[in-house]
Unconditional design. Structure first.
Length: 95
């Protein structure tokens, strides 16, 4: 199986939306071989998600890890994401 690679960044606050969009623009401008996948916590407002969609960004919404109560919940979540290979690149995570 061929490996897939991507640049990734985490967006947890609306304050970081513009820097993430700048990163997306820069990677596209230099014709990066790898896409940018933005990991967005579910605490982000819908206007941020709408902006990501309008800019054709690849993103994946994940639960806010601060709400998880123990290490097992975090590990279970990570395994769930790793095992979910059905998500198209335009919507999600690449492993």
């Amino acid at each position: 199986m061929q490996k897939k690679y991507a640049w990734t960044t985490l967006l947890t606050s609306e304050d970081y939306l513009q820097p993430v969009l700048n990163l997306q623009y820069s990677l596209r401008r230099v014709r990066s071989e790898y896409p940018l996948v933005i990991i967005v916590t579910d605490t982000i407002f819908m206007n941020v998600v709408s902006t990501l969609q309008a800019n054709n960004c690849n993103f994946y919404v994940v639960p806010d890890l601060k709400r998880m109560h123990n290490e097992n919940e975090v590990e279970e979540f990570i395994q769930l994401i790793k095992n979910d290979r059905k998500i198209p690149i335009t919507l999600g995570f690449i492993f």
